[in-house]
Design a protein around this ligand. Structure first.
Ligand code: PNS
Length: 209
């Protein structure tokens, strides 16, 4: 959409909102004075946004696969690293954010950020309609199911959507990758190169100590 047309569309939407506000008003105005249908305007004005939360300690190819899948369903995906995660992380919060920035942020309309406090409060503040979680195996299900239902109880407007990564990533987890790397195994096929390098450095540094 050319910039002039965008400005005009915004003006029409604002006029519709100040004169009663509903989507129907937007539709009427749009149909009367603009060459676009409501669904075309929706694409322009209403962003479908999802949050993909986690510890990302570190981000793996499995996470990136889930982000790609989520991007096909949502206009924007916010990858949110939990700040007050109780787990003892190997990478600092800043390192995890940097690695995500270097890998996931290359995907169109993916934003990297951190959050603390309740996930659903963060999701609502970001105007996200969904929380994305990767589901690898039945063993993930019990905890994920409990968390999804609890989150729904806390904030009914945010849905949890489970996405299954590619089969080759179903046995992949950050925890296993860290353990293999710590014991000197090759993890390069599970991680983006920048992450494999950072993990190698971490363990090389801890061996020297
Ligand atoms: O990658 P992880 O460790 O499985 O992610 C878990 C995470 C960070 C998504 C979860 O612990 C979380 O949502 N933490 C934020 C605090 C919160 O909202 N807790 C209530 C969950 S019902």
């Amino acid at each position: 959409m050319a910039r002039g047309l965008q400005t005009r569309a915004r003006h029409v939407a604002r006029r519709a909102t100040t004169t009663g506000g509903s989507h129907l008003n937007v539709e009427r105005c749009a149909l009367n004075s603009l060459p676009w249908t409501l669904s075309e305007l929706n694409v322009f004005f209403i962003m479908r946004r999802a949050i993909y939360p986690g510890s990302f300690d570190p981000v793996t190819n499995g996470h990136l696969d889930v982000i790609e899948r989520a991007r096909k369903l949502f206009d924007e995906v916010i990858v949110a690293v939990a700040h007050n995660d109780e787990k003892q992380a190997l990478f600092s919060l800043q390192e995890r954010l940097d690695l995500l920035q270097e890998t996931a942020a290359k995907i169109d309309n993916v934003r990297i950020t951190q959050f603390d406090g309740l996930l659903v409060e963060f999701a609502a503040a970001q105007k996200a309609t969904a929380v994305i979680r990767g589901l690898r195996a039945v063993s993930d299900f019990e905890f994920e199911f409990q968390m999804a239902l609890m989150n729904r109880k806390l904030e009914a407007s945010v849905e949890t959507i489970f996405l299954m990564p590619k089969e080759e990533f179903t046995y992949l987890s950050s925890r296993l990758v860290k353990e293999i790397a710590r014991l000197g195994g090759d993890v390069s096929s599970f991680l983006p190169p920048a992450v494999a390098k950072a993990l190698g450095k971490k363990f090389a540094a801890s061996k020297k100590k």
